[in-house]
Design a protein around this ligand. Structure first.
Ligand code: SF4
Length: 272
């Protein structure tokens, strides 16, 4: 028998909303347990025999995927891997840059990535410095391998909204990239500049909007990303602003979703 959110709330939890589990209500906790595998034992008010019975039932329903929230990152990664699996490694340097190297008997691509390198062999992508790649990072890198055309950056910059089919992603770009950058670096433009340079960014040759920080990152050889940041002036009511710009060729190299994933990763690297 499976345990639904209602079953858990009605038959298992104390319904006191005491917050000892870190959630504001018993119902919110039950939802996390059922749909996201949050540990039931984080509620300390369940008798141990009942807890064990419930954990067994939950393990069975998790194994069947019942009521589990869909793992979007896993879906996206699987899709990107299936596309990248069809690729011939030999034509990658001409299309997306990097160089071919021999790793044992296998030919791999050594691809610059921010201020480091990636090793790409088949659908396996690892960082040469041993650091971990997030699943979303793997998704946009694999999509770039599969989709990347051979165009070099044109030097003509566009805001995200100027590309086709971006309307539905504008909210993500604002809430997951621009707003956190503003929150983190408002009043700290020097720190932002320093962190950007440490990530391999170069000052933007033209700074037509007179931004306080105007830098160009090269996360991937054919995919430059510019960051413009206007800090809040002391005593001024105007808020800081942040904007990412992309070369107009970017849509030959990444789909719109992958541009958002790349932007989120850049924001993480700058903020964390
Ligand atoms: S600790 Fe248990 S009883 Fe308290 S709010 Fe969380 S689920 Fe409800």
């Amino acid at each position: 028998m499976a345990l639904s959110v209602v079953d858990l709330y009605r038959d298992v939890l104390a319904k006191t909303n005491c917050r000892d589990c870190g959630f504001p209500t018993c119902l919110a906790f039950a939802g996390k347990v059922v749909s996201e595998k949050h540990p039931l034992r984080d509620c300390p008010h369940i008798p141990s025999d009942l807890l064990i019975r419930c954990e067994i039932e939950l393990a069975e329903q998790y194994a069947k995927g019942k009521w589990l929230k869909r793992d979007m990152a896993a879906d996206a990664l699987q899709w990107a891997k299936s596309k990248a699996a069809l690729l011939a490694v030999d034509d990658l340097p001409a299309r997306i840059g990097g160089e071919l190297i021999q790793v044992g008997t296998q030919t791999a691509l050594l691809l610059p990535y921010f201020n480091s390198y990636l090793h790409v062999a088949g659908t396996t992508v690892i960082r040469s410095d041993g650091g971990e790649l997030t699943r979303y990072e793997q998704v946009f890198i694999l999509n770039h391998l599969a989709q990347g055309g051979s165009s070099q950056p044109s030097g003509r910059w566009k805001g995200f909204v100027e590309f086709p089919n971006t309307v539905s992603k504008m909210v993500s770009m604002k809430s997951a990239v621009e707003d956190p950058l503003i929150g983190r670096f408002s009043g700290r433009k020097e720190e932002l500049q320093k962190r950007a340079l440490a990530l391999g960014a170069l000052p933007m040759p033209t700074n037509e909007g007179s931004a306080d920080v105007a830098v160009i990152f090269t996360p991937l050889p054919r995919v430059p990303v510019a960051l413009l940041f206007w800090d809040a002036a002391p005593g001024d009511d105007a808020q800081a602003q942040a904007k990412l710009m992309f070369d107009q060729t970017v849509i030959e190299h990444l789909d719109i979703e992958s541009i958002v994933f790349l932007s989120e990763r850049l924001r993480q690297l700058l903020c964390d």
